[in-house]
Design a protein around this ligand. Sequence first.
Ligand code: PLP
Length: 386
Amino acid sequence: MIAKRLKKFDSSKIRMAFEVAEQISNPIDLSIGYPSNKTPLHIKAAGIDAIRGNHTRYTPTNGTTELRTAIAKKLARENHIKATSKSVTVVPGVTTGILLTYLALLDPGDEILVPDPYFPPYRDLAILLGAKPVLINTYPDFQLKATDLKARITRKTKAIVVNSPNNPTGAVYPEKELRAIAKLAKTRGLLVISDEIYEHFVNNGDHFSIGSIYPKTITLNGFSKAYSMTGWRVGYVHGPLEIIDAINELQQYTVFSSSSIGQRAAVAALKRKPSRITSEYRRKRDMARKTLSQAFEVHGCQGAYYAFVKLPAGTTDMEFVAKLRRLGVIIIPGSAFSKRNNYIRITYTAPNRTLAKGLSLICEVASPTRKLHHVRRPRQLISLSS
Ligand code: PLP
C-alpha cells in the first residue's frame, strides 16, 4: 500500500531513541538534540499575545512581511549576507527548508555532495527525489575540505551541502576552508546549501557564513536551537530570488503557510541576541570532552552540542548503544548519520549532574578496566527562562 519510495530511507535509528526514552523511567537521555534551556519568557509572551490578539490565520506563504524584514536585517547585520525581505522565505523549520530546497533544485540523477557523517535529511531526501547523494568522507577530524570535494565533482553535480557547526560531529569549518569551498563552487558553477542552525554554538571564534562571499548560496537557518524553539517550527531559507520563488511556489501546495503564532514569537526572538549561549555550552563541552577523552579520541566538538566518538575496535555502535540502554543511558548509534557503524553520538545539553553521570557510564562501558578520573561538574546553567 505504501509507496515504494519510502523503502529507500530509514529513520529507524533516531526514532528508536525517542521510543526508548519513553520506555525507560528517568533515563539519562543524551540522544536527541534539544537545547538546554526553555523558550525565553519574552518569546513565549509574544506567542501568547499572538493567540490573544487573534493572529491565528494563514499568513502569506513566504511568511509575514514583519518577520521576513527582521530576518533580512539579521542576515545583513550578523551574517553579512545581502538579504532583502523578498530573498527570504519563512518555512516550518530547517528540515522542511531542506526538503523544499531539494524539491526546487534536484532532478532525478542529479548529484549532491554531502559530508559524511551527515544530518540524515541531507542524504535521505536526495534519495527520495531520485537524486544521488555523493558522500564525502570527513573522518577522522570531520573537516570538509575543498580538495576532497573537488575530487568528487562530475558533470551531474549540482550542489554542495555545508553544515558548520556540524551535527553530528560538532566540527566547525574554518573561514579559510569555507572560502576555498566557495571558490571551488564558483569555478565549477555549483550551488552551496549551507545549514547554519548552530551558528550561535561556536566555542572559539566567530561563525562565518559562506553566503556572505558566494551569492549562489542557499542559507538555511531557524529558531529551534538558538532560541530553544524546537517545537514552534519556524525556520527560513535565503538565496537567489529564482530559487526562493520556486520554493514559494512549492510551499503554496505543501506548507501553505508557517504557523502564524510561531512567526509572531520569532519576531520577538530576533529583537534580542541569544547572548549567553556560547559560555554556557562551552562549559558543558569542556566537561564532555575532558571526560570522554579518558576513554576515546575526541575530534570535532568545536561547536553545536554534540560529540561523535569512535568505539573500541571490535564493538559495533548498535551493541554499544544496547549496553548503555541497559544502564539507563540513551545515545544514538553513529550509523544513523554515516556509512560507518563504529561511532556514537552524544548530545551534551542535559543538566550537568545527569550529563556527568551519563558520560562516566559511557566511558566505563568503553573502557571497563581503566580507572576514570572524576571531572568536576561546571556550575549549573543559569536558566534564561521559566
Ligand atoms: N539542521 C540540523 C543540522 C540539525 O541538527 C537539526 C536538528 O537537529 C535541524 C536542521 C532541524 O531544524 P528545525 O528544527 O528548524 O527543523
